[in-house]
Design a protein around this ligand. Structure first.
Ligand code: ZN
Length: 265
């Protein structure tokens, strides 16, 4: 069984994580100086990691709690050289431990290559030596089902969740409504009757002239497959009305009559 990180090594990883969080906050809302300072601090924390000494050790998450044994079992399946990490949040630990038990029932020696969150859902990459096609097919189906479940499970608390996007940034996570409200995330797929100045996000406008996409995070309009940026909204979109936008060349675009406004990011 691979060694666990020592306390000192774990502390260095936590320091890097904290420095990374500070840096991303500085990128979002800091001054140029704060951003440079946070970037330098992150870089310095990284130099303390000595990844060649720690890559193959077990990186047990510090919030593993009652899922610790299950997560260790899972990480022990990761071969040398891949990095023994589980890169997702606590709300999905039960789902992972169950998936591992189900896969191991088919192939006790299967290997895990990577387990992480991407675009708000679980990605689980594994390999099996079984040459029984039916077993392989069943294992793939289990992984697909777990990845689908992750898209309906809050990655923070494990309660039922849905895809959300961080207001203004486009960062996606599967969250319950309570957590989304605390962390300033908005539900993907929500519909509104109007957009107002100050609103963020990327929106699909269904109109009598076809669909258009208004990305208020980046000041971009796309219609007829053509992106325009930067734009200025002159008449804000509202259901039953037309939107009007100033294009980069100084011209104006007027939408068809809007029938639906849906958040896509
Ligand atoms: Zn939650």
């Amino acid at each position: 069984m691979p060694e666990e990180l020592s306390d000192a090594e774990a502390a260095r990883y936590h320091a890097v994580h904290a420095a990374g969080t500070d840096w991303s906050a500085a990128i979002r809302s800091g001054s140029d100086d704060e951003r440079d300072a946070a970037g330098a601090a992150f870089e310095q924390a990284l130099t303390q990691l000595r990844p060649d000494e720690t890559l193959n050790k077990l990186h047990v998450p510090n919030d593993a709690d009652e899922w610790r044994d299950g997560l260790v079992r899972l990480m022990c399946r990761i071969p040398d050289g891949w990095g023994r990490w589980i890169s997702c949040s606590k709300g999905w630990y039960p789902l992972l431990v169950q998936l591992d038990a189900d896969l191991a029932a088919i192939d006790p020696g299967y290997e895990l290559h990577q387990c992480k969150e991407k675009y708000g859902t679980l990605r689980f990459y594994f390999d099996t030596d079984t040459d029984v096609d039916a077993a392989r097919t069943r294992m793939n189906a289990l992984v697909d089902a777990a990845e689908d479940r992750s898209a309906r499970t809050c990655d923070r608390c494990g309660e039922p969740g849905a895809m959300h996007v961080r207001n203004g940034s486009g960062w996606m996570r599967t969250l319950c409504a309570a957590r989304a409200a605390v962390d300033d995330y908005e539900p993907v797929g929500e519909t509104v009757t109007e957009l107002i100045p100050g609103r963020r996000g990327a929106w699909e406008l269904t109109t009598s002239d076809g669909d258009a996409y208004l990305d208020l995070n980046h000041g971009q309009l796309e219609h007829g497959g053509e992106p325009h940026r930067p734009i200025e909204v002159l008449d804000w979109p509202a259901v039953g009305d037309r939107a009007r936008v100033r294009l980069p060349d100084g011209g104006e675009w007027t939408s068809g009559t809007i029938t639906r406004i849906e958040r896509i990011r």
